[in-house]
Design a protein around this ligand. Sequence first.
Ligand code: NAG
Ligand code: NAG
Ligand code: NAG
Ligand code: NAG
Length: 765
Amino acid sequence: MRLTQEPIQVLLVFAKEDSQSDAFWWACDRAGFRCNIARTPESAVECFLDKHHEIVVIDGRHSRYFEPEAVCRLIRATKPSENTVLLAVVPQKPPDQEEPSVLPLLCAGFSRRYVENSSVSACYNELIQIEHGEVRCQFKLRACNSVFTALEHCQEAVEITSEDHVIQYVNPAFERMMGYHKGELIGKELTELPKSDKNRADLLDTINTCIKKGKEWQGIYYARKKSGDSIQQHVKITPVIGQGGKIRHFVAIKRPHSDNNKQVSQCELTVLTPPTECHSLRHRDRRKDSVDARSLSSRGSDGKTNRRYSSVARIHSMTIEAPITKVINIINAAQESSPVTVAEALDRVLEILRTTELYSPQLASKEDDPHTNDLVGGLMSDGLRRLSGNEYVFSKSTFQRTSYYITDHLAIPVTLNDVPPSIAEMLDDEERWEFNILELEAATHKRPLTYLGLKIFTGFGVCEFLSCSEATLRSWLQVIEGSYHASNSYHNSTHAADVLHATAYFLRKERVKSSLDQLDEVAALIAATVHDVDHPGRTNSFLCNAGSELAILYNDTAVLESHHAALAFQLTVRDSKSNIFKNIDRNQFRTLRQAIIDMVLATEMTRHFEHVNKFVNSINKPMAAIEESSSNSSDCEGQANIRNSPENRLLIKRMMIKCADVANPCRPLELCIEWAGRISEEYFAQTDEEKRQGLPVVMPVFDRNTCSVPKSQISFIDYFITDMFDAWDAFASLPGLMEHLSENYKYWKNLDEMKCKSLRPPPPP
Ligand SMILES: *[C@@H]1O[C@H](CO)[C@@H](O)[C@H](O)[C@H]1NC(C)=O
Ligand SMILES: *[C@@H]1O[C@H](CO)[C@@H](O)[C@H](O)[C@H]1NC(C)=O
Ligand SMILES: *[C@@H]1O[C@H](CO)[C@@H](O)[C@H](O)[C@H]1NC(C)=O
Ligand SMILES: *[C@@H]1O[C@H](CO)[C@@H](O)[C@H](O)[C@H]1NC(C)=O
């Protein structure tokens, strides 16, 4: 019987991803085990019931997320956990502290304890020791169940006795043949049972001598049934070697014998194999495979498959990792082949990295390119991080607070049915990625958000979901659109409409649709609509440097994004006429509000790499692993489990709005060019003002006299866009966007090579 099954499945229960969970992840990869990660006790149990993992590793280092014992008990309470090894990861104790007892863990149901160590080798060794020890034992135990089931059902009578001939087991066929009930036999010595007198006098001695020597005896024997009748049997008695290498059992297999003439008796040396097999170490070095994952991209003959594979392959080869994650991986790998002293020094390095902001843009900024540096500095840092105290300029707010009253009384539709036919026709095109938002901007006299919002919100049944009238929705859209600054050359309501359009487009993608529920959809559409409301056309760094009211209010942290989120709710509930939330119950409102705020805050660029990395590690990689392991048929159920967990839905929503927010380089070339012109103009205006007011110039390359728009676009795409859209494409499948992206990139590269320095690039060829 095969005592192992491939591959071993491992469940990691870690509330937070860190180097320890990563190390187990890579250890599984190396050992060729399949690995799932659960973030909460609930999802752990759910995942476990689905997959029946052989090994469950529970993080027991931070009881503020969950009690490891409680999680262990939850899993032990399920039926399949009988054959599961549960491993508790415990914190390292300072050397002067007494080693804590392992007993409470064992009592909770843990099988073992692992002292925190995020070396991949340490995790790997632990896992394969478990595999070769307890997991294999568990397989044997499970195998025993099958073996006994076979015995219970076989036709031959089977009797197992101890070394001193006490009956330990008889099967039903034995009961039938001899007329005894097993209760009357088990525990009795064979010599206590009545014998038939038909056997040759010395037969029993012969048999005993034979089997006591460890040999198998086969022959014909007369047994006496309970009724007193004799029955002639063909008998085979086999000694079984057990503990201490001694004979511990005899197994007798008997069937009725009818041939009276032949009395063959044989004593043979049996091959006494202990019931164990040692498989050679089966581990394949998967790590090598995954490094070679690039070669995947050669698979698939048609371009589409090719492209998808290459996206997945890129994720595997981890080109997308934030620099800090790469650093940790490199150190981990180096530790494995380093002398102890170096490995220990590297441990301390890892410790420092662990306690510092892992995704800090300062660490990520390795570029020599001034465009990248300026973008990173300008978009990803706030005033406090960039400037020392004395550079921090307090000044009277330069930022004009908007009046929120709508002064513009353009013809606004009463309902969707009243939309002018020319606009309605235009909006019919809205589901296409290539939809021209600039035409809508012109046709609606700079009210693209209201019109597009009405169309999209209606299409997604937002009014029904919120139980609000279309009039309320329209009024709300007008209030929101009216609070975008028409004077901004980029961050005006056309940008909001563009992000709303992209969000709706993503929400209709099969993978996204099946991951999210309607509340998520409604939240995403609202978040997209409001995500830049009242944007002053200046970056966070500028506001911090200028000591603006908002920067002071929000302590220089996520200043704009906090303001957009806060103001959106203020504007919404200010007037019942435009309060789209007025009819939903309190709980639903809170859930919706939380989701909207989370998405708006996710558009802040300081945490860009964190969001993208979490998405890749929690969603792309596990899904790619499932896709690969189940070869041609994709494991829909397994993938759905990954996508539908609340934590992962949160990551999907964040990723979606982030991608929608910066999707300009994935739009058709003419739109991409227009957006590039608008954002550059807005940055130029900021630089002008910084110079005028003697403020630090946050992004010096964005100087209207010297700037190269192509260079800044290339840097932006290289640094922020490519990896993020690779990951999003691998999830949502967006071949059209990726094609535009690569075409646009080529366009900027060409322009750059032509050393064209005009402020606004020429129209496309
Ligand atoms: C972690 O495991 C590695 C590899 O087994 C070992 O060399 C190292 O000493 C361990 N570190 C700690 C802190 O125990
Ligand atoms: C947004 O700014 C551009 C200038 O870059 C302008 O042409 C357009 O009309 C503005 N849109 C709105 C809705 O204000
Ligand atoms: C800003 O910092 C102050 C002082 O630490 C704190 O009381 C206040 O709540 C913070 N405000 C925000 C919006 O974080
Ligand atoms: C893979 O596809 C082939 C035919 O397309 C099918 O016969 C086979 O069962 C599939 N294998 C798996 C693991 O789904």
